[in-house]
Write a protein that binds this ligand. Structure first.
Ligand SMILES: NC(=O)c1ccc[n+]([C@@H]2O[C@H](COP(=O)([O-])OP(=O)(O)OC[C@H]3O[C@@H](n4cnc5c(N)ncnc54)[C@H](OP(=O)(O)O)[C@@H]3O)[C@@H](O)[C@H]2O)c1
Length: 223
């Protein structure tokens, strides 16, 4: 039977590549974007496109009724922003802080309870794309200070929730330094390789792994 995926944040970059690969492999795919052009592109590529802005709770709240009757084998929270690369020498603005915390953390925390029943029905996996920059153990600088704090908060949100959701497998995955708008042209990992690597890692996740923090190449990352 075809498997079903939900990709939240699929207009470009890593999310879009997940959609492409799932469609190519015969999955049924629900994919979200914020603008009409991206929604049309996702539809053309064979996905069920849903308009969602993860920073708007009323928008996220539409997902359950749009997915009514579906079982989600894999839900992916990919949406994210990196407002700037400034470190701890600069005082963050409220706007930059809110942008990162709302898209990277609050949206994910709101999506989990809303979508968990659909994933639990399939005994599926709910994976959140984090960053090694959210690892406290591996922090060697404060570069992109706000982003680091937001991904560390996302990691805590997902890890601490694992016992509340025994019927699904939760994980946070670092995609590598990936050639996307966010990663920039100097990034070392092609988006196709990042996504195919993450898919392998996700395929190997067992229920007992719930709460794992892994990289796209399978490396276990210290919190
Ligand atoms: N690239 C890297 O090297 C790298 C490394 C570590 C982690 N990551 C993480 O990987 C994920 C994907 O990153 P990427 O490299 O693919 O970045 P990207 O090319 O900048 O794409 C970001 C995606 O997030 C979506 N998004 C942002 N704000 C949103 C909102 N409010 N509502 C809905 N969607 C929203 C964007 O949609 P719009 O087109 O509508 O803006 C876009 O689809 C992010 O969580 C990022 O933090 C990336």
């Amino acid at each position: 039977m075809a498997r079903t995926a939900l990709v939240i944040g699929a207009s470009r970059g890593i999310g879009r590549e997940f959609v492409r690969q799932f469609i190519a492999d015969g999955w049924k795919v629900f994919a979200t974007a914020r603008d009409e052009t991206s929604l049309a592109m996702l539809t053309d590529e064979g996905a069920h496109a849903i308009k969602i802005d993860v920073t708007k709770p009323e928008s996220l709240a539409e997902l359950p009724w749009r997915l009514d009757g579906e079982r989600i084998d894999l839900a992916l929270y990919v949406a994210g922003v990196l407002p700037n690369w400034e470190g701890a020498a600069e005082s963050p603005t409220l706007a930059d802080f809110d942008a990162a915390m709302h898209a990277n953390v609050l949206g994910a925390m709101q999506a989990l309870p809303l979508l968990a029943p659909f994933v639990a029905d399939a005994k599926g996996r709910f994976v959140f794309i984090t960053s090694v920059m959210g690892s406290i153990a591996e922090a060697t600088s404060s570069t992109a200070w706000i982003y680091r704090a937001s991904k560390a908060a996302l990691n805590m949100a997902v890890y601490s929730a694992r016992r509340d959701y025994p019927d699904l497998t939760l994980a946070v995955i670092h995609p590598g330094w990936v050639q996307t708008d966010m990663g920039g042209p100097g990034a070392t990992v092609a988006v196709r390789d990042s996504v195919s690597g993450m898919r392998q890692v996700i395929d190997h996740l067992k229920p007992s792994d719930s709460g794992a923090f892994l990289a796209y190449d399978g490396r276990k990352i210290a919190w």
